[in-house]
Design a protein around this ligand. Structure first.
Ligand SMILES: [Zn+2]
Length: 389
């Protein structure tokens, strides 16, 4: 399993200039290979990873700037492109797109291209020497790769990656939970707990909307537009930082307390398009939440089950299984016409997510889990609905 540690770094002016060339080289290789593979794909030939690498080695020799930059980031960029193609062919993601200069820049270095000394905590790179790192969390192991990134607002980070073969299982608690992710609240648990969105989000969203309106008014290519662009990027990064911090703490707390966690597949990519600002930000949170939860659960020996997004978790009564077809998005509470149960919309959904997750798991792996307050009848009906879907 791979562990990632991200730190802020402060390259000197000289190093920044050099890094711009390293980012450029990686981006060039990625886009060059993407064009090559797309062209041959259109001609009915599937160019594999090996052939692409061989062609790149030749191409690199003809480039005037090749000797000034490390050969590793372009090689790693080709690897990332290969992963993007695998994801595309497996229908997990869309067709790879070209990398642009205005996006986040990155260059990945393998062990041959950088050195890390745990005693002095010095991190240095072959072509541009030691960089100043703010070691915000402890790091002692031997990293296998180091990725330097530059955000659109101009901040630099390094992500150190290391392979840990031994997971660290946490004590089992015997507790299970269903989690409903929402817009009004970040999450609602099947036991009735409510988890709010990060506090400063509302204020920052207004700030962001204002900055984006300003940016839209600025003339293309002007200095004022560039400053407005930086301001938008800085606010977006602040929102993402606060969100990530919040999600890290939340997911760790959840895997500590529960052995079995059921969530709903919200199909994040599809949701982000054409929505309001608040919506798109919370959609980004959902994706991040799931990634972190799955990663931490794997690491700490807990289990996450992701249930089908077409399962009507909000509309089904968690007490009797009746489906409320009249339920609209604005209704926060509702009463079941079949059994009279009064439901908080999200808590009811969380209960159903848990019940369905348990059914799916029981059928798949035969694992026995602790009973939840959800009645037996719900589970039976859930099986039927799952089968029909
Ligand atoms: Zn009911």
């Amino acid at each position: 399993m791979k562990l990632r540690y991200r730190y802020r770094i402060y390259p000197t002016d000289e190093q920044q200039k050099h890094l711009a060339r390293e980012f450029g080289a990686a981006r060039y290789a990625y886009n060059w290979a993407l064009r090559l593979r797309s062209d041959s794909f259109r001609n009915g030939v599937r160019l594999n990873d090996l052939k692409t690498s061989a062609a790149w080695t030749k191409e690199r020799r003809s480039l005037p700037w090749a000797s000034e930059t490390s050969c590793v980031p372009p090689q790693q960029a080709l690897r990332h492109l290969q992963t993007a193609f695998v994801n595309f062919f497996d229908k997990r993601l869309g067709y790879p797109t070209f990398k642009k200069k205005a996006q986040k820049q990155s260059a990945e270095y393998t062990r041959s291209a950088f050195q890390y000394d745990p005693a002095t905590r010095e991190l240095s790179f072959a072509k541009f020497g030691a960089v100043k790192v703010r070691w915000s969390r402890a790091f002692v192991s031997d990293p296998t790769t180091a990725t330097i990134t530059k955000s659109p607002s101009g901040r630099y980070h390094v992500t150190l990656c290391l392979d840990e073969s031994e997971p660290k299982p946490l004590l089992k608690t015997g507790e299970v939970v269903g989690i409903d992710l929402g817009l009004h609240r970040l999450a609602t648990l099947s036991n009735g707990e409510r988890i709010a969105n990060p506090r400063y989000q509302g204020h920052r969203l207004r700030e962001l909307a204002h900055a984006q309106r300003t940016l839209a008014r600025r003339k293309k290519g002007s200095g004022r537009r560039n400053r407005a662009r930086l301001k938008v990027a800085r606010i977006q990064e602040k929102i993402a930082d606060t969100r990530d911090d919040h999600l890290h703490k939340l997911t760790l707390d959840l895997v500590r307390r529960f052995d079995f966690l059921a969530i709903e597949d919200l199909h994040v990519r599809g949701m982000v398009q054409n929505r309001s600002l608040a919506r798109s930000i919370s959609d980004a949170s959902f994706g991040k939440f799931r990634t972190l939860l799955e990663y931490k659960a794997k690491w700490y020996g807990k289990q996450v089950v992701v249930i089908d997004r077409f399962y009507p978790s909000s509309k089904t009564c968690s007490a009797c299984g009746w489906i409320n077809q009249a339920l609209t998005l604005t209704m926060r509470d509702w009463t079941c016409k079949e059994c009279g149960a009064i439901h908080d919309r999200d808590e009811n959904a969380a209960k159903n997510i848990l019940a369905t997750g348990q059914v799916v798991t029981a059928r798949g792996g035969g694992i026995r889990l602790k009973r939840t307050p959800v009645r037996k009848s719900t589970r039976r009906r859930s099986v039927k609905q799952q089968g029909a879907a």
